[in-house]
Write a protein that binds this ligand. Structure first.
Ligand SMILES: Nc1nc2c(c(=O)[nH]1)N[C@H]1C(S)=C(S)[C@@H](COP(=O)(O)OP(=O)(O)OC[C@H]3O[C@@H](n4cnc5c(N)ncnc54)[C@H](O)[C@@H]3O)O[C@H]1N2
Ligand code: MOO
Length: 422
């Protein structure tokens, strides 16, 4: 059976990023920039005031015979407007934060450092000498025309989107969002708003996977449930092959009605089947008419866990991401893990920082049908292969599900090298 790393490497090496498209800036969150962003103008485009105060000539702020200079105020300039006239010697203008500095002025003094008055606010006393450039944000201080601001491959988060908006990029070139088909399988599955007849269960997997796909930044399409017949699976698979990725759940084990692999073999290819892990052993990977398909197991926890380990990085690679894998950290176990697994065990746990350590408390019964073992989970504690029993106080590795992905290809690359050398 394949190791988790071999399986991941096999999947990822079969995935190529999707095509480039232009999307409105407000739809670009989480996508990968497909071109360099070069500033086409200076930001700020004009010298402007950093404070509410008075614009003046710095030499007019020097005290005269120990008296604060008394200047005539010739008007005001608000943000969004430009001054009608220039600052002459011995004069000042009121200026608001963000307003363009009037010609002739080389400095701004904040209002708190002045005394001002007159029937129409027509005089100001400058209580502190100010240097040239004081409180002035020069042209191009932030970005200069021609400067490279964002490089190809950057993930667009709220801050990058803010920078692009500043530069007036109303649409952005990005690797397009993946369209992911989600297919349930099995005669026992009914939709969540249907009454439960004897022997039937609700289709929880499709809804869980839909949410997980969206959380991974892709578009999710639930295509319903294929019945346990070749005809039904053929029909659903043909529909699903129109998408960028197919996720099925169920029908990949060795039961009489586990037909997913048969249809994969008939309409495409099986790259591998079964991974040395628990939960989630029967994962199948391949393609249908060249659309990659990950056959997740039917057991709800198995499908949730294998989504995190395999489908999430695959979606990220499709969308041009470089950081594909969740970080792994050392944790101290808060409780024993009594069950002995020969396969590598991904144990659901809540990890918290406590008294200088990351402490992992597992979430109860770890059966692959126990949905509630997913609640409060923010990490998988990894119990290595070989039937190891672990105890409270032991140090183990945990995969942090609620931390951002990192570029942790190192271990996978090593595997690739050994495979090539063999
Ligand atoms: N003889 C063997 N039997 C099984 C083996 C094995 O190695 N030998 N492996 C077990 C393991 S491990 C797993 S995991 C499951 C996976 O089986 P399938 O992927 O074929 O899934 P199904 O048999 O279709 O269903 C399993 C289980 O999950 C429920 N299910 C299925 N779809 C949904 C859904 N959309 N929403 C909620 N629950 C779903 C289904 O009713 C079953 O209870 O096989 C073991 N068997
Ligand atoms: O691997 Mo199965 O996913 O143990 O239940």
């Amino acid at each position: 059976m394949m190791s988790v790393e071999e399986a991941l490497l096999n999947m990822l090496s079969n995935i190529t990023p999707l095509s480039v498209t232009h999307v409105p800036l407000s739809d670009a969150l989480g996508l990968i920039l497909a071109e360099e962003v070069i500033a086409r103008e200076n930001i700020p485009p004009f010298a402007n005031s950093a404070m509410d105060g008075f614009a003046l000539r710095s030499q007019d702020s020097k005290p005269q015979q120990n008296q604060p200079p008394h200047l005539r105020v010739t008007g005001g300039v608000a943000a969004g407007y430009i001054a009608h006239h220039a600052i002459e010697p011995g004069t000042a203008m009121r200026i608001m934060t963000g307003a363009p500095v009037p010609p002739g002025a080389d400095t701004v003094i904040q209002v708190e450092l002045t005394r001002h008055g007159g029937p129409n606010g027509d005089w100001v006393e400058i209580l502190q000498e100010v240097k040239p450039g004081n409180n002035i944000r020069p042209v191009g201080e932030d970005m200069r025309s021609g400067q490279t601001i964002l490089t190809t491959g950057t993930e667009l988060g709220p801050w990058e989107i803010g920078v692009l908006a500043t530069l007036g990029w109303a649409t952005v070139p990005v690797v397009r969002r993946a369209r992911v088909a989600i297919l349930g399988t099995g005669d026992e599955i009914v939709d969540i708003d249907q009454p439960l007849q004897p022997g039937k269960i609700r289709n929880s997997n499709s809804y869980l996977l839909e949410a997980a796909v969206r959380q991974a930044g892709a578009e999710a399409y639930r295509l319903g449930v294929a019945r346990d017949t070749v005809a039904s699976l053929r029909e659903k698979f043909a529909e699903a092959s129109q998408y960028d990725l197919i996720l099925t759940s169920g029908g990949v084990s060795v039961g009489d009605f586990d037909l997913v692999k048969d249809i994969m073999a008939e309409q495409g290819n099986i790259s591998f089947w079964r991974i040395n892990m628990r939960p989630g052993k029967p994962v199948a990977f391949g393609d249908i008419s060249e659309t990659p398909l990950i056959g997740l197991p039917g057991n709800p926890v198995s499908s949730a866990v294998t989504f995190e380990l395999f489908a999430r990085p695959v979606i990220r690679k499709l969308q041009g991401q470089h950081n594909l894998l969740k970080p792994q950290i050392e944790v101290t176990l808060a409780n024993d893990i009594p069950d002995r697994a020969m396969r590598r065990h991904y144990v659901r746990a809540a990890v918290e920082w406590h008294a200088g350590h990351f402490v992992a408390r597992t979430t109860g019964n770890q059966g692959s049908n126990i949905m509630t073992s997913l609640l409060h989970t923010n990490a998988f504690v990894i119990v290595p292969e070989g039937g190891i029993v672990t105890h409270a106080g032991d140090t183990l590795t945990a995969l942090m599900l609620d931390w951002p992905e990192v570029n942790s290809w190192d271990t996978l690359d090593l595997q690739q090298k050994t495979q090539q050398e063999e």
